[in-house]
Design a protein around this ligand. Structure first.
Ligand SMILES: [Mn+2]
Length: 404
């Protein structure tokens, strides 16, 4: 028998206490976890899937699926876009369950008692991956297949398919549960449906630019948005809710990084690849290079801060990718910095290789460029703006690994 349905907020509270009790009693725990970038898609997909799996009317168990945000609690403040989304879902930051909640437990759950369902990735990474990789029992993801999740997941999903947002795939999988749950139609349930829909629709809107990004949007995303709008409008005043307004509200919050320090801005959306030859790091930033320099105080201070950031992570090659919308035109800048011999070689290789592919054009007469044996730095306009980190990072990796 599935558990009796509750609001999102009560669900997260009972998930937290379930986790607490299960750890103490060494009972099995089933987690739903997003990827390490812990972006809106990862965070929302995990909560929505955990909620609908827990209360599925078709469920034969009374398992509480625990949604785990794949980041320390302190890092939630690096995601201002969460605030409007959570507030419309009647949630607070403190309601979310994070890695910090795991580590504060005095007891440890035996590995074999844990089950992990992955959303927004299909190979458990980092420390968790080292310990629990054999305990992954399902996944829903829109990245490339990594062949790490067992093919037969029995009663749990195993879906890896392209879509703009992972949340759209979660919704497609859980739609039958939600339709059935939605048949209980009191005032209260109506509000719960809208809160859940606000959470589920947010990453789809952000990842597909409100379905306008033709390179990313799939029919699954479009269907998800239409379906979720239905739940929101059924509860709220249909006249006043507009998906476009909600999209703008979240986008504005996402770009509101003025209160963050420069190192926080750099680590907010950061990925690192430790190749055997050297380490590569790439930061994506939602403001342009000019903003970053102003934030630092001067060009010199900016480079100092960036260098320190790279040094702490032992990087030979570091790149900053920016996006901005001056006069409503979407633009990208790309900065690549080789910080030692290996990095310099790789940066030069990248430059030769990627110039045409990415449409790299000189930025402000090469004002930020440096060319020495020990360091090599370029800042470009990236004219081919359809290439995000998903395309640029593999080129950077190849420039490192293809050598010697
Ligand atoms: Mn995603």
């Amino acid at each position: 028998m599935p558990l009796a349905r509750a609001s999102l907020r009560s669900f997260l509270h009972s998930a937290k206490s379930t986790l607490n009790n299960d750890v103490k009693q060494h009972s099995p725990v089933t987690f739903v976890i997003g990827n390490e970038s812990a972006d809106l898609d990862s965070l929302c997909s995990a909560v929505v899937l955990a909620y609908l799996r827990t209360y599925s009317p078709f469920s034969k168990s009374n398992t509480v699926y625990v949604p785990l945000a794949n980041l320390p609690r302190a890092d939630l403040s690096l995601r201002p876009e969460l605030l409007p989304v959570l507030s419309h879902a009647n949630l607070k930051l403190s309601d979310l369950i994070t890695l910090s909640d795991l580590t504060k437990f005095p007891h440890h759950i035996p590995v074999e008692q844990m089950k992990w369902i992955l959303v927004d990735h299909n190979a458990l990474q980092g420390e968790l991956g080292k310990i629990y990789h054999s305990r992954v029992v399902g996944c829903i993801d829109h990245h490339d297949e990594e062949y790490k999740v067992p093919w037969d997941c029995d009663t749990e999903p195993r879906i890896v398919r392209k879509s703009g947002s992972c949340s759209s795939l979660v919704l497609e999988y859980c739609k039958k549960d939600w339709n059935e749950l939605g048949k209980q139609f009191g005032e209260e349930e109506r509000a719960w449906n809208a809160e859940l829909a606000r959470l589920a629709i947010a990453p789809v809107l952000i990842d597909t630019q409100n379905l306008r990004d033709e390179n990313k949007t799939t029919p699954t995303d479009t269907k998800a948005v239409r379906y979720l709008e239905g739940w929101i409008m059924a509860a709220e005043d249909g006249e006043s809710y507009k998906t476009e307004d909600y999209f703008n509200e979240i986008s504005r919050a996402k770009e509101d990084i003025g209160s963050l320090s420069l190192p926080d801005i750099l680590r907010k959306d950061y990925k690192q690849w430790n190749e055997s030859i050297a380490n590569l790091g790439v930061s994506s930033v939602v403001k342009d290079v000019g903003f970053l320099i102003e934030k630092a105080g001067s060009e010199e201070k900016f480079f100092e801060a960036v260098k320190e950031f790279a040094k702490q992570r032992n990087l030979s090659l570091f790149s900053i990718m920016t996006t901005s919308n001056p006069d409503s035109v979407f633009k990208r800048e790309l900065m690549v910095w080789g910080l030692d011999g290996k990095g310099v070689e790789a940066a030069k290789t990248f430059s030769a290789d990627a110039e045409k592919k990415l449409g790299l054009a000189e930025w402000q007469n090469g004002a930020l460029d440096v060319e020495r044996d020990s360091e090599w730095r370029r800042c470009w306009w990236q004219k081919k703006v359809e290439n995000s980190r998903k395309q640029v990072a593999p080129l950077l990796r190849t420039s490192l690994t293809s050598r010697g």
